[in-house]
Design a protein around this ligand. Structure first.
Ligand code: CUA
Length: 173
């Protein structure tokens, strides 16, 4: 997605440069305002619809993959209770197999915490808020074995930075 955004940005910058340069050159043609207006207004409605259609296509194609953590096989989901408190995590299960779809039910005993799952390369995989009085659900499917880290993503007091735990994901059964 980041690569796509980067290339789209480059393409649009290029387009802007082309439009800018073409305006500089056409400004020397000496046409009257009426001529220019008549010619360009003919294209205005087409351009309007082009922008609308492009906007809808870009929105739908970039928003459809969300939410990122949606599970692929909800029928086989394991339910795992997660309780946050200053400053540790209590999980009803911390060992999984690659391919396991998990539904984390996340809450807190005291203040707001952030439940964030990171893979072995410390790349965030999924996250949800841990809030007192609420249970938030997070669907995540482990796709590769390894040691995963859980970090707290919400500043929750003195030992916030120590509020971590480990999930072990074994190879597929
Ligand atoms: Cu819990 Cu920061």
């Amino acid at each position: 997605m980041q690569h796509l955004a980067w290339y789209l940005t480059l393409i649009f910058i290029g387009l802007l440069i082309v439009i800018f340069v073409s305006f500089i050159f056409s400004s020397k043609s000496g046409e009257s305002y009426e001529e220019v207006a008549r010619r360009d207004y003919r294209h205005r409605q087409k351009l309007f619809w082009l922008v609308i259609v492009a906007g809808v296509i870009i929105s739908v194609t970039t928003l459809l993959p969300w939410p990122h953590s949606a599970t692929t096989n909800p029928a086989n989901e394991k339910v795992v209770q997660v309780v946050a408190s200053q400053w540790h995590w209590e999980l009803s299960q911390q060992q999984f197999h690659s391919g396991d779809a998990v539904k984390f039910e996340v809450t807190s005993k005291d203040v707001n915490h952030g439940f964030g799952i990171y893979d072995a390369n410390m790349k965030m995989q999924a996250q949800v808020q841990a809030m007192p009085g609420y249970t938030n659900t997070l669907h995540y499917t482990f796709t590769k074995p390894g040691e995963y880290k859980v970090l707290c993503l919400e500043y929750c007091g003195l030992a916030h930075h120590n509020m971590t735990t480990t999930l072990t994901v074994l190879s597929a059964r």
